[in-house]
Design a protein around this ligand. Structure first.
Ligand SMILES: Nc1ncnc2c1ncn2[C@@H]1O[C@H](COP(=O)(O)OP(=O)(O)OP(=O)(O)O)[C@@H](O)[C@H]1O
Ligand SMILES: Nc1ccn([C@@H]2O[C@H](COP(=O)(O)O)[C@@H](O)[C@H]2O)c(=O)n1
Ligand SMILES: [Mg+2]
Length: 206
């Protein structure tokens, strides 16, 4: 529950450059979820001139994880503002502190965790080719982000694996093939076709 609204939350995790944002855009289009990227929310907070801006920017440049209270506040505000009740939370929880604080504060448990599994070699190639002007897409910061992922984020995936909540995807495949696998997982969330409208169109065409 979130402000009296029952919500479905899917955590979307995977290493830097594994394709989380790319696939979230596809899921939004086909399954009507709202995409909340923790990294995007933090970058917007820097741009807004917030008092936390400098601290967040320094953490991002160093590939470190911003204190949970900052990120959770941004995620909560975005969920409350949205009229939707289905959310993809991309790039969160990034460490044990993120995970425990989110559950304590919001009392929300994810429906499941979508985990994009990809080699560092392939992720590095993608990040160096992304060209979106991100301050952390340089080889020095990329190496730090990989270390943070292994040391702090993989244990979160292990935690949810122990709860049988992880759906792992081979993210090294081309974008369209990855989405074929994602679609199978999201099939239960497909928008329902109105039966009578469906019957009307089928009979009027034939
Ligand atoms: N399956 C894929 N095959 C090849 N390139 C891909 C694939 N998925 C995404 N890309 C490309 O790789 C780059 C990184 O993808 P994306 O931004 O979706 O990753 P991300 O997991 O959100 O990364 P970050 O954690 O840094 O935000 C983008 O340029 C994207 O177009
Ligand atoms: N829960 C999070 C998520 C992200 N960050 C910081 O933002 C950087 C970029 O995140 P992307 O998901 O867009 O790659 C990340 O490296 C962290 O510095 C965070 O602190 N906490
Ligand atoms: Mg991303």
């Amino acid at each position: 529950m979130l402000g009296g609204k029952k919500v479905t939350v899917v955590f979307v995790l995977g290493g830097p450059g594994s394709g989380k944002g790319t696939q979230c855009a596809n899921i939004v289009e086909h399954f009507g979820f709202t995409h909340l990227s923790a990294g995007d929310l933090l970058r917007a907070e820097i741009k807004s001139g917030s008092e936390n801006g400098t601290m967040i920017e320094n953490m991002i440049k160093e590939g470190k994880i911003v204190p949970s209270e900052v990120t959770i506040k941004l995620l909560q505000e975005a969920m409350i503002k949205s009229e939707n009740d289905k959310f993809l939370i991309d790039g969160f929880p990034r460490n044990e502190e993120n995970r425990a604080a989110f559950e304590n504060v919001t009392k929300i448990s994810p429906a499941f965790v979508l985990f994009f599994d990809c080699s560092e070699e392939e992720m590095e190639r993608r990040l160096l080719g992304r060209n979106q002007g991100r301050v952390d897409d340089n080889i020095e910061t990329i190496k730090k982000r990989f270390k943070t992922f292994v040391d702090s984020s993989l244990p979160v995936i292990d935690y949810y694996t122990s709860k049988d909540k992880v759906k792992k995807i081979d993210a090294a495949k081309p974008i369209a093939e990855v989405f074929e696998d994602v679609k199978i997982i999201f099939a239960p969330y497909a928008p329902k076709v109105n039966y009578w409208l469906h019957l009307f169109f089928c009979t009027s065409i034939s």
